[in-house]
Design a protein around this ligand. Sequence first.
Ligand SMILES: CC(=O)N[C@H]1[C@@H](OP(=O)(O)OP(=O)(O)OC[C@H]2O[C@@H](n3ccc(=O)[nH]c3=O)[C@H](O)[C@@H]2O)O[C@H](CO)[C@@H](O)[C@@H]1O[C@H](C)C(=O)N[C@@H](C)C(=O)N[C@H](CCC(=O)O)C(=O)O
Ligand SMILES: Nc1ncnc2c1ncn2[C@@H]1O[C@H](COP(=O)(O)OP(=O)(O)OP(=O)(O)O)[C@@H](O)[C@H]1O
Ligand SMILES: N[C@H](CCC[C@H](N)C(=O)O)C(=O)O
Ligand SMILES: [Mg+2]
Length: 486
Amino acid sequence: MRYLSDIIDGLAFTELQGSADVEISAVVFDSRKVVPGCMFVAVKGTAVDGHDYIEQAVKDGAIAIICEELPAHTAAEADFLMVADSAKALATIAANFYENPSTNLKLVGVTGTNGKTTVATLLYKLFIDMGYKCGLLSTVENQVNGRIIPSTHTTPDPVALNSLLADMVNEGCDYCFMEVSSHAVAQHRIDGLKFSGAIFTNLTHDHLDYHKTFDSYLKAKKAFFDGLPKNAFALTNADDKNGNVMLQNTAAHRKSYGLKNMADYRARIIENQFGGLLLNIDSEEVWFKLVGTFNAYNLLAVYSAAMLLDQDKSKVLVSLSKLTGAEGRFEYIVAPNKVIGIVDYAHTPDAVQNVLSTIHDIRKGNEKVITILGCGGDRDKTKRPVMARTACEWSDKVILTSDNPRTEDPAQIIKEMEEGVDPAFKRHTLSIVDRREAIKTACMLAQPGDIILLAGKGHEKYQEINGVKNHFDDMEELQTRFKDLN
Ligand SMILES: CC(=O)N[C@H]1[C@@H](OP(=O)(O)OP(=O)(O)OC[C@H]2O[C@@H](n3ccc(=O)[nH]c3=O)[C@H](O)[C@@H]2O)O[C@H](CO)[C@@H](O)[C@@H]1O[C@H](C)C(=O)N[C@@H](C)C(=O)N[C@H](CCC(=O)O)C(=O)O
Ligand SMILES: Nc1ncnc2c1ncn2[C@@H]1O[C@H](COP(=O)(O)OP(=O)(O)OP(=O)(O)O)[C@@H](O)[C@H]1O
Ligand SMILES: N[C@H](CCC[C@H](N)C(=O)O)C(=O)O
Ligand SMILES: [Mg+2]
């Protein structure tokens, strides 16, 4: 049990109705989750306004209300606190409620368009392998020192986030590695946290439906760095066009990594094969299990962060060389007839280009590349034709299909992707709405040695259609089809 006075510590509020220092049973920001004795934080969202649910929350037992505007009728049963920004207040309150767990472990956040899950997961696996107790907050899953807690978002909401961090502290974790999405920064989900370090991977086209312009997407990422304390490290990618922007206004120690430009930590690719990468990393030659130039960046980011966290160089390199990446990122299987199938989470134009250029770099001869690609519904529409065009430029055949249509018409999404296909390439593309059928068709078309890239859904175990998540697993589908390829 926590007292109201504890959980509003540090909060600027402008009006208070009721003054009793009551016990608060929970902090909730969704009226449907109100429990007796809780505090309800009314947040203005993208779809509805939490202020419209205050009355319901009080009826259901909320005894303290945080809001930006007082409702017309303020029930006497509850305390009302007015704040300038409820989303920001929620972050402070959630951190206070769980006794500021981020101050009791070393928290490292990873941001960027692509590579967050890979970098955070590798850091988690690396530090576990080196004997530390750790936590992970990622798109694929959350982990509290080996215990898996399913994840619903790339970065959880402030209450879930602080609750998970508190579990990590209670279980003795030394470190937590987490992904920081641009939505999380913009919605202040991370505002109550104290970071020991931040890592920037890259910035390319995504989420313009939400941020509207590339510049405001960039500013959301930068705001994460702007908020770092001065004893943290701010590690950026020196080869990314916007890498230095991240460091412009941060109080933290500025560090960089890169393969091309001058940087504090440097690496060079010596070999890039299906079996892995041979890198010269900080003057040591090491084989890694991950594949592709983009993973050279991810590995270097992980190595650099480990150095900034004062770890032993050779111990780090030995451990890192044994590790595999995150589930659903460039995972491949080979059929009995030698067709290769790759499952990858590429769902941005840059990721599609990276994964396909990697396939080109590492294929042995002139094997054909068949790409199966869809685009998510209720997400950035402007990336659809670009992703399709990129896939066509780098493949011999492309099958356009569904990703997670969500509430959109899947045929319409495919139509918007088709806009990006060069007329000369049209005869090499097929549009098949049913993803299972698309996979089946690719398997029928592939000749021994050919490579099928199944892009966009990676680790996901479902396909979301009209609010319903039906079981669907790209790797499972591929394995079923591959059994019959003799
Ligand atoms: C667009 C977006 O990011 N939306 C997030 C946002 O919800 P919202 O602003 O739409 O909320 P809303 O539905 O308008 O409701 C406003 C408020 O009223 C409350 N409410 C609502 C209804 C009700 O009956 N009672 C009630 O109290 C809600 O709890 C909320 O507090 O805040 C919610 C709580 O934190 C999130 O769950 C929700 O994520 C939605 C489901 C989502 O799909 N988000 C995606 C886009 C996202 O966040 N993605 C990033 C990853 C991107 C990447 O990997 O690059 C992520 O971090 O996962
Ligand atoms: N450093 C990188 N640069 C460019 N592309 C990358 C990089 N790392 C991974 N990718 C590509 O992006 C895909 C997604 O990678 P990952 O899941 O690590 O990124 P993410 O930033 O966590 O994505 P999300 O925003 O969905 O959480 C991979 O499957 C791969 O195709
Ligand atoms: N974190 C990303 C994941 C996209 C994955 C893709 N399969 C899709 O559904 O669009 C998002 O929410 O935009
Ligand atoms: Mg991720």
